[in-house]
Structures are given as C-alpha cells and as structure tokens.
Write a protein that binds this ligand. Structure first.
Ligand code: SF4
Ligand code: SF4
Length: 318
C-alpha cells in the first residue's frame, strides 16, 4: 500500500504523511559520509517518501541534492534557518538554493526551537526576507518550527505563516511554555486556522522508540496534522517506517532498537566549563556540575544541537 498523501494546508503542496527528517543522519548526530547519506535518502525517495525536512544547521543539503540527482525524484523540501536579520536570512535562502541545486524551496521556516512568540518581532527582518522571496515565487510557503506552545498559538493568528512545525510527543519531552495538553490545543488551533501542520520529535529523538506504535497512535489520536517528520539513519529504518505508515506494520521492533539508542555524552577531560552549550540547548538539559557540563538524560532530546557549539569538541552523540 502506498503512503498516504495529503495537501499541506494552504500551500497546495502534496506531501506524504511520513516525512524524512534529515537531522539525525547529518554531522550533528550520525555523520554519515556523503555517499552513504545520498544512498539513504535516495532509498527513502524510491520507497515513496515525498517530503524531506532539513535545516541550514543540519548541514545535510549535499546528500539531499545528490539523492534527487540519483533517484530523479524531487520531494517537497522544507528547510529552516535561525537567521535573525534580513541579510542573514537572504544568505541562508541563497545557500539553500545553491547547495540543494533547486530554483525553489517549497517551505522555509524561521528556525525558532526554543523561542517564544517574541520571535516574530525580534526576527522581523528575517521574516520579511522570507515573505519577499515568497512573493517572488522562490519560496513556496513560509513557516515556523518551534518547541514552544505559545509560539504555535501565536502562529495560528498570523496570516503570513502558512506552515507550523511544532514539537509534540506523548511524554511532553521538549515541549516549552506549556503542557502536552496545551500543545495539543495550540496545534489544533493552528490546524483549524488553516495552517499546514507537520510534527517533530513524536518519538522524542528516539527516546520513545520502544513504544513506537503507541507513540504514533497517541499523536494520531490527539491532534490533527498533515505529516510527521521522523529522523532516519539506515535503509532498514526507512523500510520499517514506510511499512508502518503504509498500514502494514512490520513484525518486531524498529531497527534502531536492535542497534541500541543513541546517547549524548560530554567527555569530562575535554570540557573547560565555558557554559556555551548550556545556552544553546533547546531543552535546558545541560547544567554545570563541579565545573563540567552535565547532560540530564531525562531532559535531553538527542537533537545534537549542542555538539557544534562546544569549542573543545567535548560533546558527542554516540
Ligand atoms: S543536551 Fe544537546 S542533544 Fe540534548 S537536548 Fe540539549 S542540545 Fe539537544
Ligand atoms: S561548550 Fe564544551 S567546553 Fe563549554 S561547557 Fe559545554 S561541553 Fe564544556
């Protein structure tokens, strides 16, 4: 059975319910070599996944570009940037066009993981840039990716935002500015306001992998949405997810369980206690303990955002 396809809100873009999340395969986490990453994404495209989510910070434009070349399949592409000013966002959009070798980015988000609704004022220049590119037809739709309930709620009221990419999972891991129920309410509000809605971290960065089916069922039962982005790092994982979303649940656990869950570690001997990673963690999972960074595994979403922040290369995703 093919993957379910749907129109992403007002964008007119047809997406598959299963979206390929390109964070975990990249340098912030698994760091697959270009050839392996290309093969993985091409495999996902050939398996029917028609929606790919990436970001300037994920540094996975090259394997997406090469996978499109290798497969001849052009998926819907969403990307995002944490750029603050008009000029920075312009550079981010041009980088995406160049590195992806496309003449149009389907969805471009303000990358605002842990920022509250003040993001729309604080980064007004960046947003204006995206809207200008949309007016020229270079961007298909403008969106926001966020972990914050209040930002999802605010996005629902803003006509210029067409796509909302919120964090949502049954344990509420990583949700900022409210509870699971409040995030569900905000997502509903966005959907009912006509936004395209796709969800991130429904497995909490892999923490909920051992309850894969229950976690997906929770999301499907509690909020309306158009798609779910799942990070994938191996062809077997792609096959499992495609079969599951096509309504043919495979026997046995997802392959990542067999391979063991990933963890984020600080090498204490390298850590200089500068605190840079603490400020950069979207989930307040890092604290300073006796002069060294310490990651709380119960709060860590395994996003890898802290990895490139460390000047001592002391943080690793393993
Ligand atoms: S500690 Fe690092 S990997 Fe974990 S949530 Fe924070 S930024 Fe992400
Ligand atoms: S950024 Fe690196 S060196 Fe600085 S506190 Fe964090 S782990 Fe330690």
């Amino acid at each position: 059975m093919p993957l379910k396809r749907t129109i992403l809100g007002p964008t007119g873009l047809e997406v598959t319910e299963l979206c390929f999340g390109a964070l975990p395969m990249g340098p912030l986490q698994k760091n697959l070599p270009l050839a392996e990453g290309t093969t993985l994404i091409a495999h996902a495209l050939r398996a029917g996944i028609g929606f790919v989510d990436t970001a300037q910070a994920y540094r996975t434009y090259a394997p997406i570009r090469e996978a499109i070349r290798a497969s001849g399949i052009r998926p819907v592409i969403a990307t995002k940037s944490a750029a603050r000013t008009y000029e920075e966002m312009e550079a981010a959009v041009e980088e995406a066009l160049r590195e992806l070798a496309v003449d149009r980015i389907d969805i471009f988000h303000l990358h605002a993981a842990r920022v509250g609704p003040e993001v729309f004022n604080e980064r007004a220049g960046a947003l204006r840039c995206l809207l200008d590119y949309r007016a020229r037809g270079v961007i298909g739709a403008v969106g926001i990716s966020t972990h914050d309930v209040r930002t999802v709620m605010a996005a629902a009221e803003r006509p210029e935002i067409e796509v909302v990419f919120p964090l949502y999972n049954r344990e509420g891991r990583g949700i900022l500015g409210g509870t699971v129920a409040e995030m569900a309410c905000a997502i509903r509000r966005s959907y009912e306001a006509g936004k395209g809605v796709y969800l991130m971290k429904v497995l909490a960065g892999g923490i909920l992998l051992d309850s894969f089916a229950e976690s997906i069922a929770f999301v499907r039962d509690t909020v309306p949405f158009h798609a779910i982005a799942l990070g994938m790092v191996a062809p077997g994982e792609v096959d499992y997810n495609v079969a599951f979303f096509a309504g043919e649940p495979p026997a046995g656990p997802p392959p990542s369980i067999a391979g063991g869950g990933k963890r984020v570690l600080v090498t204490a001997s390298l850590c200089q206690g500068c605190g840079t990673c603490i400020a950069g963690c979207p989930n307040a999972a890092i604290s300073m303990v006796e002069g060294k960074a310490s990651i709380d595994p119960h709060l860590c979403l395994r996003c890898g955002y802290c990895v490139p922040l460390c000047p001592q290369f002391a943080i690793r995703v393993v």
